[in-house]
Design a protein around this ligand. Sequence first.
Ligand code: ADP
Ligand code: MG
Length: 219
Amino acid sequence: MKTVLTACNVSKIYGYGRTQVVAIHNVSLDITAGEAVALMGPSGSGKSTLLKVLGLISRPTEGSVHIQGTEAGGNERCRAQLRNKFFGFVHQDFAIIENETVERNVMIPLEYANPRPGRQERRSRIQTMLDQVNLGWALKKNASRLSMGERQRVAIARALVNDPVVVLADEPTAALDGATAQEVMTLILSIKERGASVLVATHDDRVAKRCDRVVYLER
Ligand code: ADP
Ligand code: MG
């Protein structure tokens, strides 16, 4: 199978001197096209850090990240473009912009896309995506008016609208009840049908069971 994302001996150290924290130490990981991987481990074991390093949000202190075989080094601008092109992010706290409409929230990755799709194309992709997460009716609604489960679905629509190669989800079901959590996972995993991969940090065995394999981080 084709490898889409690789962590190669990655370490991340926060801070300096006596206050430094080794968040992850010498982690290597390959994600292949179309697979879903659960990232488990106790709180503080570095799950969020690894997702940020893999998703080019933060730089590793040591080691490297490779996207489709090419090392993702380079300047911040270059990394930001790769980030927007290859990844969709789903956060535990949804990271929805409360005072904006659902449409504006889902539009964000398309605004930064290069080349940027035209206005009609953006509209139709947002509508299609919202229909897929059963939020077609909420296009013009203010995000602050939605329930937790609905907000997370907005976050998923935003993560998927740009057709990412890998979806990185950080405890996406932690704030949700059991049934809603299962629905949210079904939507996240639906990206596999398009050949994309999923890496999901989770404490929930039910989430992990639905993935193709589980990777454990130790503290
Ligand atoms: P997890 O997501 O598995 O709970 P994290 O990646 O959030 O783990 O954290 C791993 C370790 O790194 C923890 O000890 C945490 O306190 C520390 N850490 C995370 N982010 C920062 C930061 N921005 N500055 C300093 N330490 C951090
Ligand atoms: Mg975390």
